[in-house]
Design a protein around this ligand. Structure first.
Ligand SMILES: Cc1ncc(COP(=O)(O)O)c(C=O)c1O
Length: 378
């Protein structure tokens, strides 16, 4: 008989682009005994989750709940329900996740009008205005916090431009939710999605979403059936709404974890939590400056929760990441696409965003940059 020893993960400080470290009470919640997904006790807990998500998203939208799946499932949920074949859609692209949006919109049969900005910069509202003048799109999709580059695009003006043209505004808040201001009703966002594993500090596996009445009307009065059975809001509403009919078996333990993670977010208070993210970002930037390093993304629009650090020319990017992980137990992320080899992505998200973690990272980085342990190219 072949025996396999139980898996024991090595200790890690997660300072990458996600997942972030989860609080021990969130992890403990996942170990609680299972309930059936239609058990009244479970259902009343689901109601609390909906209420807490509304507070975190700052919305009164009735249709607010977590999709079973990661952030990409939330993205797919919005597009698959709102786009019908042949629809014109504007997708803003300034990094990997804008590109993913365009790919998904095309798979839904949408005719994508791309509004592009250089990676690391924000989407200029005038570019959206120009794109919208040419065609009246059904929706405008924007990534609030581009995790691949560390840029935070301001939303209200773009949302106004979309609505003036009669389009819906769809917003990706996978990295922003819980780490900086997200105001779904205040910014008049029609469809929004997020993920659990970043600033909410819950393991990956759920995608909180919210649709307002305008978006819901479009999703429920389509002329074609939604291409995805699993993500069809008309069916999901039967389980997360008043009817409580079986659609798919809810991931019970993940939902326990989200309940605890949201409880902690609200216990801390949204504004206090954003402030904590800002202060730890500032602590990191000041420490980096002392090491002669700086943030690569557009000044004035740099994310607090994802710091894109320019790799000095003489340093081998991947060697530092490897040493940080293997010798110091610290995970950070690499650059993607055109930023590959040029930046390190340091996440200070949710529970990982603490002054002692910033100091631990800076100390380790300083040592690695000072020792000749890294291969350097002249
Ligand atoms: C901005 C953004 N959108 C979408 C996603 C996709 O989320 P997931 O990897 O959880 O599917 C990510 C993941 O990093 C992200 O950062």
């Amino acid at each position: 008989m072949q025996t396999v020893t139980p898996f024991s993960p090595p200790p890690r400080l997660l300072l990458g682009p996600g997942p972030s470290n989860a609080a021990s009470s969130v992890l403990a919640a996942m170990g609680k005994p299972l309930l059936g997904h239609l058990d009244p006790a479970f259902i009343s807990m689901m109601e609390q989750i909906k209420g807490m998500l509304r507070k975190v998203f700052k919305t009164n939208n009735e249709m607010t709940f977590p999709i079973s799946g990661t952030g990409s499932a939330g993205m797919e949920f919005c597009f698959v329900n709102l786009i019908e074949p042949g629809d014109d859609v504007v997708v803003c692209i300034n990094g990997v996740f804008g590109m993913r949006m365009a790919e998904l919109a095309e798979r839904c049969g949408g005719k994508v009008i791309r509004v592009e900005a250089p990676w690391g910069e924000i989407i200029p509202p005038e570019k959206v205005r120009t794109a919208i003048k040419e065609k009246k799109p059904k929706l405008v999709a924007l990534v609030h916090a581009e995790t691949s580059t560390g840029a935070l695009t301001p939303v209200p003006e773009i949302s106004q431009i979309a609505h003036d043209a009669g389009a819906l505004m769809v917003l990706d808040t996978v990295t922003s939710l819980g780490g900086c201001e997200v105001d779904v009703d205040g910014w008049d966002i029609d469809a929004v999605y997020s993920g659990t594993q970043k600033c909410l500090s819950c393991p990956p596996g759920l995608a909180p979403v919210s649709l307002n009445a305008r978006a819901l009307k479009i999703a429920t009065s389509r002329s074609t059936k939604t291409q995805s059975w699993y993500l069809d809001v008309n069916l999901l509403a039967g389980y997360w709404g008043d009817e409580r009919v079986y659609h798919h078996t809810a991931p019970i333990s993940m939902i326990y974890a989200l309940h605890e993670a949201l409880r902690l977010v609200l216990e801390e208070g949204l504004e206090t939590r954003w402030k904590r993210h800002r202060e730890n970002h500032e602590r990191l930037v000041s420490g980096l400056n002392k090491l002669g390093l700086s943030i690569a993304s557009q000044p004035g629009h740099q994310l607090w929760q994802l710091n894109a650090i320019t790799v000095p020319e003489h340093v081998e990017e991947s060697a530092i990441r490897k040493c940080l992980l293997e010798d110091h137990g610290i995970e950070i992320g690499a650059g993607l696409g055109p930023m590959k080899g040029k930046i390190w992505r340091v996440g200070l998200m949710g529970d990982s965003s603490r002054p002692e973690h910033v100091d631990q990272f800076l100390e380790a980085l300083k040592k690695l940059l000072a020792t000749g342990g890294i291969k350097t190219t002249p």
